[in-house]
Write a protein that binds this ligand. Structure first.
Ligand SMILES: NC(=O)c1ccc[n+]([C@@H]2O[C@H](COP(=O)([O-])OP(=O)(O)OC[C@H]3O[C@@H](n4cnc5c(N)ncnc54)[C@H](OP(=O)(O)O)[C@@H]3O)[C@@H](O)[C@H]2O)c1
Length: 287
């Protein structure tokens, strides 16, 4: 992507840097900015412009330290990242539009706001729509993304670089798959937290003191996640703790019975994807 003309660019290693706007520096937006500022060379762009009505202390400090331009006068940027709440987008759109040039790539992490809505509101054709998840706030998330048809290799690379501070990046996918991504990884942390809650409740029911139950459940989920992060296949890891006729096998006979955990999770993901599609349609009607 060539930098937008007249940008705050500047030279670095002989390359013009791109101007980037972050609209919304809440939990997710700030997590991305933190990553970009930690490693500006890897992020590969010039000074970051941030618009945020209520900057946190951290964001205000970045501005005081000259790391970002906060709530300054708009100028067309190469990339605009939309990280405000979806319900705030319609109101925010006119403010963001002042930062949009003819070639601006818009990268949105807003849940349920379609590329069509974004293109119509901002008059852009290059749009990336991404679905992160809450572990992204500590760089341990996974984000699925889709690109509009006007995006090429440069926009793909820029999008992946921008999303990298949130954790893993998966894509590009067709936009029609974003509801499924939302249902699996967007909502997915809640399923795992529920597992931790249920395990804690079961530990108490099995007679363990409250504090012990809480610690055993929490650390079991954390430890299993850490083992999984080493790269093994989840089914292999499960089989490795399951001796035939043993205690784990007795539990898994219950959890894997017809209609039990695998089927429930499939139904839960189906319900979430259906709700995601409904919410997108409702948002589109309102916009
Ligand atoms: N958290 C998640 O797990 C998750 C997962 C997937 C996708 N997302 C998406 O990520 C986006 C951000 O989520 P979040 O959890 O980071 O929300 P958040 O903490 O509420 O951050 C949104 C920020 O945008 C600011 N904002 C509001 N109007 C604005 C405007 N006109 N211009 C610039 N900034 C504006 C808000 O300021 P005020 O506080 O003043 O309103 C707030 O600081 C959402 O669209 C959400 O759908 C989040």
């Amino acid at each position: 992507m060539p930098p937008a003309s007249g940008q705050s660019g500047g030279k670095s290693g002989g390359e013009l840097k791109q101007a980037v706007l972050l609209a919304g520096a809440g939990r997710m937006g700030a997590a991305m900015a933190r990553g970009w500022l930690r490693n500006p060379k890897a992020a590969g762009f010039g000074k970051l412009h941030v618009i945020e009505p209520q900057p946190s202390e951290e964001v205000a400090d970045w501005a005081k330290g000259g790391k970002i331009n906060l709530n300054r006068k708009p100028q067309p940027v190469d990339i605009a990242v939309l990280a405000m709440k979806p319900q705030g987008f319609a109101k925010a759109a006119s403010g963001v539009a002042a930062w949009i040039g003819p070639n601006t790539l818009v990268v949105s992490i807003m849940a349920g706001v379609t590329m069509r809505t974004i293109s119509a509101a901002l008059g852009v054709t290059k749009v990336a729509r991404a679905m992160p998840n809450t572990p992204g706030a500590i760089g341990m998330g996974v984000t699925g993304y889709a690109l509009s048809s006007k995006c090429g290799e440069a926009e793909k690379a820029a999008t992946e670089k921008l999303l990298a501070p949130l954790g893993g990046v998966v894509g590009p996918l067709d936009e029609t798959k974003i509801d499924a991504v939302t249902a699996v990884s967007g909502s997915g942390p809640a399923y795992v937290f529920l597992l931790a809650e249920a395990l804690e409740a079961a530990a108490k029911a099995a007679g363990l003191p409250d504090a012990v139950a809480a610690e055993l459940a929490r650390k079991t989920v954390i430890g299993a996640g850490a083992l999984l992060s080493e790269g093994g296949d989840p089914a292999d890891l499960r089989k490795a703790v399951t001796s035939p006729g043993g205690t784990t096998a007795a539990a898994l006979d219950v959890l894997m019975a017809p209609g039990a955990m695998p089927e429930l999770i499939r139904k839960a993901v189906e319900a979430a994807a259906k709700r995601g599609a409904e919410l997108s349609r409702e948002a589109e009607k309102k916009s």
